[in-house]
Design a protein around this ligand. Sequence first.
Ligand SMILES: [Zn+2]
Length: 347
Amino acid sequence: MGRDLPVDLVRYARQVRFAPFGEEGQRRLRGSRALLCGCGALGSAIANTLVRAGVGTLRIVDRDFVELSNLQRQVLFDEADVEAGLPKAIAAAEKLCRINSTVTIEPVVADIEPANIERFCEGMDVILDGTDNFETRFLINDVTVELGLPWIYGGCVGAEGQSMTILPGQTPCLRCLMPECPAPGSTPICDTAGILGPIVGVIASIEAAEAMKILSGNLEAVSHSLTVVDLWQNQIRQMDVRGLRDQTDCPTCKHGEHPWLSGRSGSRTAVLCGRNAVQLSHPEASISLDELAQKLAGMGQITRNQFLLRLKVEGFELTIFSDARAIISGTDDITTARTIYAKYVGN
Ligand SMILES: [Zn+2]
């Protein structure tokens, strides 16, 4: 029952008892810092595991807020978070602090973009993929190869999920595996294909385990396979990727190209997976939600908390964050979303 353990390790007694991890692994994990990109389904399960395991710092970057349809698979959130309209990073941090108060949680409400990703990576030892889109994954891949930072790719849709660990310079990167980012609409997404909760738990657990190996200094235990799990077809496949880096002439990890990272400035738009919503963002901008609330008074139904302002108007719902980013629900048309944003928020 941990009777010989130092008091600060007692809560990790069962984990320390696992010989390949041990006290040394626990101490190294506690001194480590992980960046979680996205805190939806995969992200909340990953965060839950790593914070319970005793990672030193977990920085959580997420652009979204909690909705009722998230609760089926996003294990850190509950109905009160939906009611409060909290950003996911904030709601997650509140839960995680109660789970393990010795972990430093750094919630960041933002979209991950070329203009900010290097700042989010500062001081981090590993990056975990909790995103829902390949554009962000290729951006993560660019920056990790540039910085020599390990990252763990993971994704799920339907009842299938996959994961691969990338140690830049040593193992194949995402672009060695997929030379080009899949075009929008070319891969199944949760909006159209749906998603079952259990596959999220499987892939999140693989990602968390790989992070624990890296952060505890057990690099020899890291997987060298692309793992694909299908819980409906009852299949688990492991594809050995060790030779892939030598077989390909990867522009990113062989020639130092980083096209996603170099597409830096300007406003950006993204149609959000399965949401009938569009996100507009303005890197390096900010907005006063108080002033905006005054400006919009009487124009529609307004609700707000300290993190965001929500306006229901003309059959749309605008959720505006203090970094001038907005999610416009009720359309998947970028032009319509831009028009609504310009009308009520400005340019
Ligand atoms: Zn590569």
